[in-house]
Design a binder for this molecule. Structure first.
Ligand SMILES: [Zn+2]
Length: 166
C-alpha cells in the first residue's frame, strides 16, 4: 500500500468541507508567490491565504528558474497577477550540498553524469532571495510595473522577515 491511499481517504472528508463553489480563475490578491517545496512551510496559513487568493509556485529552494518564469508570464499576462513574492526559508535543503558534491553523489548512486547541471544550491538565504529578485527584475518577460518583494520564512517560529533588494 502506498501513502496515496491515505490521501484518497483524506480527500473524501475534504470534499464535505469544501462544498461546491466555483471561484474565479484569476487569483483574488493578484499575487504570485515563488517558494520552496519544504514540507514545513504551509504557505496559505502562513500568509493568510484562502482558496482562490494567489498563485503559489514551488520548487527546491524556491529558485527563479526558466520554468518559474514561464509560469509567472502566464500568471501575469493570462491570469492578471501584478505582484511577485520570492519566499525562501531557513534550514533549506538547498543549503546542504554543492553542485560538485551532488554530481559526485549522483554519479556514484545513479551512474549518471550531471557535471554541468546547476541544482541551484545556496549558502546564505537572504542572498538567494536577492539573487532571485534580481533575476526577475532583469527579465524582459517581467515588466517593470510588476511589484517584487522578498522574504525569508523561519521554519522554527513561522515568522517571515522582509529581505530588501541589494
Ligand atoms: Zn527549502
Amino acid at each position: 500500500m502506498s501513502y496515496f491511499d491515505n490521501f484518497m481517504k483524506a480527500n473524501r472528508a475534504y470534499v464535505d468541507l469544501h462544498g461546491t463553489a466555483h471561484l474565479p480563475l484569476k487569483p483574488k490578491t493578484r499575487v504570485a508567490i515563488v517558494t520552496c517545496m519544504d514540507s514545513r512551510l504551509h504557505v496559505a496559513p502562513a500568509l493568510g491565504l484562502a482558496l482562490g487568493d494567489a498563485h503559489i509556485l514551488r520548487n527546491a529552494g524556491g529558485r527563479v528558474t526558466d520554468d518559474v518564469i514561464r509560469s509567472l508570464v502566464i500568471s501575469e499576462q493570462q491570469l492578471g497577477t501584478s505582484e511577485i513574492v520570492v519566499l525562501h526559508h531557513t534550514d533549506c535543503g538547498a543549503q546542504t550540498f554543492t553542485n560538485e558534491e551532488f554530481a559526485q553523489q549522483l554519479k556514484r548512486d545513479l551512474a549518471v553524469d550531471v557535471k554541468d547541471r546547476d541544482f541551484l544550491p545556496f549558502e546564505d538565504v537572504e542572498d538567494s532571495v536577492r539573487e532571485d529578485m534580481a533575476i526577475l527584475k532583469n527579465s524582459p518577460l517581467i515588466p517593470d510595473d510588476i511589484v517584487i518583494s522578498g522574504a525569508v520564512y523561519d521554519v522554527d517560529t513561522g515568522r517571515i522577515k522582509v529581505v530588501k533588494e541589494s
